[in-house]
Design a protein around this ligand. Structure first.
Ligand code: 5GP
Ligand code: ZN
Length: 135
């Protein structure tokens, strides 16, 4: 993809700070981290997000996330969040698949999303729709 920032980072056309690379994946530091050590794992082959990424890329990303989470924990992280924003409404700014691996510290101020409540019977309707759409 000619005009994709992360494709340019993967190809080293734009500099970044790498932590891991293999034939399929590139992992580098987020330029504006939640905390130092906030890593982005991205497939080298362009896809937009989770919905169009090849399964092999998704599987490799999650396996590498575990390794990086273990390394960050070894380095002192008190916990780890994995976050993948898929679609602009979901907060995806860079339209090249990537997983955030975020090391957490006590009192770093990052907030979880607020939860809503289901109306009576709504959860079963919603779950049935998902089961059908899963095929
Ligand atoms: P998104 O909101 O798409 O899930 O996250 C994109 C992430 O990419 C953001 O956290 C942002 O800080 C990071 N980012 C944007 N531009 C650059 C860049 O040029 N270099 C690096 N290393 N990270 C970037
Ligand atoms: Zn790309």
């Amino acid at each position: 993809m000619d005009d994709c920032l992360f494709c340019k980072i993967v190809s080293k056309e734009i500099p970044s700070t790498p932590v891991y690379e293999d034939e399929r994946l590139y992992a580098f530091l987020d330029i504006n981290p939640v905390n130092p050590g906030h890593v982005l794992i991205t497939p080298k082959r362009h896809s937009t997000n989770l919905m169009d990424a090849p399964e092999e890329d998704v599987g490799s990303i999650i396996k590498l996330a575990k390794k990086i989470a273990q390394a960050l924990t070894k380095g002192g992280a008190a916990g780890i969040n994995l976050e993948m924003n898929n679609g602009s409404v979901a907060g995806q700014v860079i339209p090249h698949t990537h997983l955030h691996v975020v090391p957490r510290t006590v009192d770093d101020g990052l907030k979880h999303w607020p939860g809503k409540e289901y109306a009576p019977g709504e959860a079963e309707t919603v779950a049935e729709r998902i089961r059908q759409d899963l095929g």
